[in-house]
Design a protein. Structure first.
Length: 288
């Protein structure tokens, strides 16, 4: 079931500065900045492109939950995705509305208006993500409750093509070198489900998951592709979204690989050029 927000019907940004974000305000993924450049003994004054940074204040049913350092676009998606993957909610169906109060504040309205958010926050664990990240302690104890992605199969070329597509879409990173990107794809036809860029690798993943939530898309047979390192909290985000395959061009951690094995997630890392390494559930990749 799709979650209709107060900003529904406007485009989701995936382009460079100058496009519009989900609220219709000027996109701020990147900005101009004055810099002094030193090259081979020479000084020059230049105008450079840098990634924009903002603070998003997230509340649930009007109660302040957390402030997140992020790129200031797709913030409704970030709020919805973060709520699910951090354990603040257990199902997308719990969300009644996503309201952008202003440029820096988003409120999630739950169907359960009496939900005691403060008791949840007593069990938070801060994570290694870029910016401010957290998950609830009991999320660490329940990564693999039910089988996911049964019958899903990929070919090596599928994985390489999806990573190449992620790179092609990552225009803000190409301009600034300061962002991560993530995307979800339907492996049946390689079609894009959602894409996001953000300062934080975990935020980019949350935005993609949140975009799927808000559109009513089930990620239970999707491939999640990321540019960033996969540590345990990023793997847990995929598990909370019940996404059966996580592909990254970067490295995994040992705990991420352990959780992937327990959760039934195929973890593919170091996906570059014509090679990759699989750290959990290689049986989903045919032709190896």
């Amino acid at each position: 079931m799709a979650v209709v927000s107060r900003t529904a019907g406007t485009p989701v940004v995936e382009g460079p500065a100058g496009t519009k974000d989900v609220a219709g305000s000027p996109c701020a993924l990147e900005r101009d900045a004055a810099a002094v450049r030193y090259v081979d003994g020479r000084r020059e004054e230049v105008s450079d492109r840098v990634a924009a940074e903002a603070v998003l204040h997230l509340s649930i049913n009007g109660e302040k939950v957390v402030s997140l350092l992020c790129s200031p676009t797709q913030v409704e998606d970030l709020a919805a995705g973060f709520a699910l993957t951090s354990g603040l909610i257990d199902s997308p169906a719990e969300i009644r509305d996503v309201i952008r109060l202003d440029g820096t504040r988003v409120d999630l309205r739950l169907r359960d208006e009496g939900r005691d958010v403060s008791s949840l926050l007593a069990r938070k664990v801060f994570t290694t993500g870029c910016g401010i990240g957290m998950i609830l302690e009991d999320v660490l104890d329940r990564p693999g409750a039910d089988p996911i992605g049964e019958g899903l199969r990929l070919r090596p070329d599928d994985i390489l093509l999806l990573m190449a597509d992620l790179h092609r879409r990552s225009r803000t990173f190409k301009d600034t070198g300061g962002t991560h990107s993530a995307a979800a794809y339907d492996p049946a036809d390689g079609g894009l489900v959602a894409f996001a860029e953000d300062l934080g690798r975990h935020n980019a993943v949350d935005k993609v998951i949140g975009a799927a939530i808000r559109r009513g898309v089930d990620l239970g047979r999707a491939v999640l592709v990321s540019s960033g390192r996969v540590s345990s909290e990023v793997l847990l985000k995929a598990a909370r979204a019940r996404c059966p395959v996580l592909v990254t061009k970067s490295a995994p951690t040992d705990l991420a690989a352990e959780i992937a094995q327990a959760a039934g997630i195929t973890l593919v890392a170091f996906t570059r050029s014509r090679k990759f390494s699989i750290y959990a559930h290689p049986e989903r990749v045919q032709g190896l």
